[in-house]
Design a protein. Structure first.
Length: 315
């Protein structure tokens, strides 16, 4: 019954011209002593530098100091016509598939789920791969970054946690509050197929940005006492806001205001960029070129604009 109700809701949303995000299919977890145990060198990330969801995992990997424990490969910034990803080591910032030598990310999914390609599924990033069991652990970014904290708990990394137990309810509440309106809201605005769907999404987006601007008036980070503490909530917001002025304002028609027009949100972005290791995870060419080149339904002739010439991407 629940599946029927969900299908009905999706059908109604589609008819109204609303963007519907594809659900993640692989939802296993790394747990100490579990089937997917915490082990150095066992797990591997597949990411796109363009994707805000994949970007979350790279930042978290860096901030927790687990670079030596979890490796990664990067797909080309060009998304294929069907929405799939390919490996292209000749493209600066991209790599080959160092685990399987695959040419397409779909081949990785097929290895974990035989018949994947026949069912015409499209593999998304990020992907967390398990070398030992030769399969995908998880492809949901929020769950992956939370799993990375198990390496901290196991004494691997630099002793940092982005998900302290005492703040987890607050972290989860903040991520939830930002997800549909901001993280997914830019896509709901950009991929809307009716004026009403766009108006609804863009209004909710900027209402939430206004709230966040006020929330950050006297604090540095989204959750915690006083000025707050850097957590997963900040990482999840950052990767969307970092793409806002360079892409979403124009490409997704999120142009009521720019982030640079919000003093507190802009200061938040600049503060994040100063955290050691964060700036190095930001590949602006991949981000900008990907959106304008890949979405021909929005940008027919794949024209990549020369600007803007201000913002955190120029730092």
């Amino acid at each position: 019954m629940a599946n029927q109700e969900q299908a009905g809701a999706w059908t109604k949303a589609f008819e109204l011209g609303k963007f519907i995000r594809k659900s993640s299919e692989f939802r296993n977890h790394i747990t100490k002593g579990g089937a997917f145990d915490v082990e150095s060198g066992r797990y591997h990330l597949y990411v796109s530098h363009a994707c805000p969801w994949a970007h979350r995992t790279l930042i978290t990997r860096t901030l927790l100091g687990i670079e030596d424990h979890i490796s990664f490969d990067v797909v080309d910034w060009r998304m294929n016509r069907d929405g799939s990803w390919s490996f292209n080591p000749d493209e600066k910032g991209a790599t080959h598939d160092s685990i399987h030598g695959a040419s397409h990310l779909e081949d990785v999914y097929e290895r974990a789920y035989p018949g994947w390609n026949e069912s015409r599924n499209i593999g998304t990033v990020p992907v967390l791969w398990d070398r030992k069991q030769d399969t995908i652990v998880n492809n949901e970014s929020r769950e992956i970054i939370r799993m990375f904290d198990t390496f901290y708990e196991a004494g691997l990394g630099n002793g940092t946690t982005l998900s302290p137990v005492s703040l987890r309810k607050e972290i989860d509440a903040m991520i939830d509050a930002n997800y549909e309106s901001v993280n997914n809201g830019v896509y709901k605005s950009g991929f809307a197929r009716t004026q009403s769907a766009y108006d609804e999404a863009v209004t909710a987006l900027f209402h939430r940005l206004d709230q966040l601007e006020e929330h950050l008036a006297n604090r540095d980070w989204l959750v915690g006492e006083g000025v707050g503490q850097l957590t997963e909530a900040d990482v999840c917001l950052f990767t969307t806001l970092a793409r806002f002025d360079i892409v979403y304002v124009v490409h997704f028609k999120c142009n009521i205001r720019r982030i640079i027009d919000y003093p507190n949100l802009q200061a938040f972005l600049e503060r994040m960029m100063k955290v050691p290791g964060v700036k190095e995870t930001c590949h602006w060419h991949h981000i900008k070129a990907h959106y304008y080149w890949s979405h021909q339904n929005i940008n027919t002739f794949r024209i990549i604009p020369s600007g803007p010439h201000e913002g955190i991407h120029t730092l």
